[in-house]
Structure formats: C-alpha cells, structure tokens
Ligand binder design. Structure first.
Ligand SMILES: [Fe+2]
Length: 382
C-alpha cells in the first residue's frame, strides 16, 4: 500500500522534476551554509557589522517602495526562491523586489534601517534566527486564519511573528562499512564512549547545533543536555571545522564514522557533482529517536518586517508561499519537507523514508537557545 502511494507520488512528480531542473541549486549550497561555518561565533559577530554596513548601500531598484510591490530580504539564494516569487507575481500582479544577503547581516541591516527600512518580508532559516530577528524588534505579528490553516502550530510563532515554510531534519549520517545500523539509536547515544574519536560535527557557533542542543535542554533539562554535549566533545574525531557537507564528506573519506548534519545537504550531494554523489554514496542517513520523541527538525521561514511599507502585500506573499502550489515548488528547490500537510515531498527525499519528527513547538526550542550557548562554552565545544 505504501509503495503504491510512493509510486503514484513519483509519477506525479515527473513533470515538476523537469520544470524545476533549471532552478536546482547548482551544488545545493544554501546561503546560510557559507558564512560562519567552522568559525567562532565571536569572530562571526564581529564581521556582521561590517557586512551589514556594506549591504546598506546595496539599494533596491528605483520605485521599489512603491505601492503594488513587495520588498523581500532573503537569506535564501535567488535561484532557489525566484520560481515561487514569479508565480506569486503572475497570480497577483504584485512585483517582488529581492535583496539577497547573509542571514545575520540582513537582520542587522533591518535593525540599522529602522523605521526607514523598505523591507516587507524577511526570508531566513532556522527558528533560532527567526527568534533573534523577533527579539531585535525587526518583525511584526501577522497572524491570519489562512496561515493558521496552512502551517502546523509547532512550526509558527505563538505570537504570529514568524512562519515556517519548509522543514529540515538534523540527523545522523554513518559509514555503513564501519558502523552497523543497529549500533545507532538516539542523539543521546552519540555521547556513549563506544564512539570515542569517531564523530564529526560542526562548531557550536552554528545556529543548527544551537537549536539541536536547545531542543535537548527543552526535553531533558540543562544538566542532561550538558552531560550529552560533554560526551560528544569527548567523542569528536577532530576539532569542529567546516559546514554540514564537510561532515558528510569526512565520513565518506574515513575521517570519522558518524556525523550530524541537515537532511537537505545530503539530498543536495546525492543530486550534486560527480564527486559529491560519490561521497554521499558512501554514507547513509539515520533517523534518530524514532522510538521516542522523534528526530530534531527545524524550519526555513518568513516574517513580516516591523516597518513594512507594503504590509498587506507582505502577508499575501507569505500566505502564497504557504499555499499548496508554492509549497511544492519550494520544497523541491531546497530539498526540504513541505510544511503544509498533503504536499508531496521531492523524489530524492522519498528515498530517506518516512520518519517521526519531534513535535515540540519550535518557539519552545528557541527559548533555550542562550542556555545552549552557555553549555557549549562550558563543555569546550568550540
Ligand atoms: Fe543550511
């Protein structure tokens, strides 16, 4: 029965597959993976101001603030989101002006621009960052019935300030020639001494790891989360370096036996260059905590800017992006899971199988982000 459904969905996906080919991420590299990977967050923070200052002079096109437009600040690459934005324009007649930039720099830019900001919509990744934007005062609530119907409650802010548009898992990857799948079970299990010198995972300056640890604080409390983080540090094969793709590649190269990374990087590698395919082909995906709370998931999302000059258009755009058609296109382009129920996943993700996702509300996870940072510092997870 399940196979039949999958075959049906696959058949359905063929035309979309062709349609989307030219929008495929060339190497699946998302903008959020470039800056800050493997670097200390202090250094990253210091650079943000400089990048933001440079961005301030990257002006929107003339007339961009005019009525009838919507101005989007996007941490996602234009190539990944242009198809949905063009579809929105075709459906509504509203022109979309796009400023693409680094995630943290865009938030800083909105803060610096203040009430004069032309930004209507912020598109960015990870609940940790969306909450950072909310706390920086650059967002405003925009809850509507349509958004409440489209997006499950755990993937949107309880105050209606940010909205998840796609879901990604942060899971375990392993070398099948050196690890028996039966040895894997939970995130917690990665702290077991049997993994001494065998784990690759990126730095604690990265928001993905901060959210993963924050979810463990939320579920088990800070002392248990700290014990886990210390155990993982003791088991690292090397000091944290590189981005998520680098962890998967390191498993393929034999530098470590298991790694933690986001699902879409692996999907991007499987659909990537010959070298990436070769590396990903040596690595398997494992969904952790399937007999318990489920795998840690996070979102890429959208929010309305605090001083949006085109607020109504901003809300219409986010509602459109949460709609069935845009969800199909978006999820396929970024290799993420649609946030909206009933939208089929991309064929490559079907190969990863069905999984149980942690159902905790992501604003509850984000509430423990700063505790997670303190834990990382205490256990020496650089
Ligand atoms: Fe990423």
């Amino acid at each position: 029965m399940r196979m039949r459904i999958i075959r049906k969905l696959n058949a359905w996906f063929v035309p979309m597959e062709k349609l989307m080919r030219k929008y495929r991420p060339e190497s699946g590299r998302s903008s959020d993976s470039r800056i800050g990977s493997g670097r200390r967050r202090h250094a990253a923070a210091a650079r943000i101001a400089a990048v933001a200052a440079a961005l301030l002079f990257a002006a929107l096109p003339a007339g961009a603030q005019a009525d009838g437009d919507v101005n989007v600040y996007s941490a996602r690459q234009e190539v990944l989101i242009r198809p949905q934005l063009d579809a929105f324009t075709a459906a509504t007649g509203i022109t979309v002006n796009l400023v693409a930039g680094n995630d943290d720099a865009l938030i800083e830019r909105m803060r610096a621009e203040g009430a004069n900001s032309p930004a209507d919509v912020l598109l960015t990744v990870d609940v940790g960052r969306l909450v950072r934007a909310k706390e920086a005062g650059v967002l405003q609530p925009a809850a509507t019935e349509t958004l409440a119907r489209s997006i499950p409650p755990q993937y949107r802010d309880r105050d209606g300030t940010w909205f998840g548009l796609a879901v990604r898992g942060r899971v375990i990857f392993y070398a099948p020639d050196r690890v028996d799948e039966a040895e894997l079970d939970t995130y917690e299990g990665l702290a077991d001494p049997r993994w001494r010198g065998r784990i690759c995972i990126r730095s604690s300056g990265n928001v993905y790891n901060q959210s993963l640890l924050a979810s463990m604080v939320a579920h088990a409390g800070a002392p248990a989360a700290e014990q886990w983080a210390a155990g993982v540090v003791a088991n690292m094969a090397r000091p944290p370096q590189g981005g998520d793709r680098d962890q998967i590649s390191a498993v393929a190269a034999g530098e470590c036996d298991v790694a933690v990374a986001n699902t879409y990087y692996y999907a991007g590698m499987l659909n990537g260059t010959p070298e990436e395919r070769e590396a990903a082909g040596r690595v398997r995906l494992f969904w952790p905590n399937q007999d318990g709370r489920g795998a840690h998931v996070n979102i890429s999302g959208a929010a309305v800017a605090a001083h949006a000059p085109n607020r109504d258009n901003a809300v219409r755009l986010i509602e459109y992006l949460a709609g069935a058609e845009a969800q199909r296109i978006y999820a396929e382009a970024v290799y993420e899971y649609p946030v909206r129920a009933g939208v089929p996943v991309a064929p490559i993700l079907m190969e990863f199988g069905a999984f149980r996702a942690d159902a905790i509300a992501l604003d509850e996870v984000a509430a423990h982000q700063s505790e997670a940072l303190r834990i990382f510092d205490r256990v020496g997870w650089r």
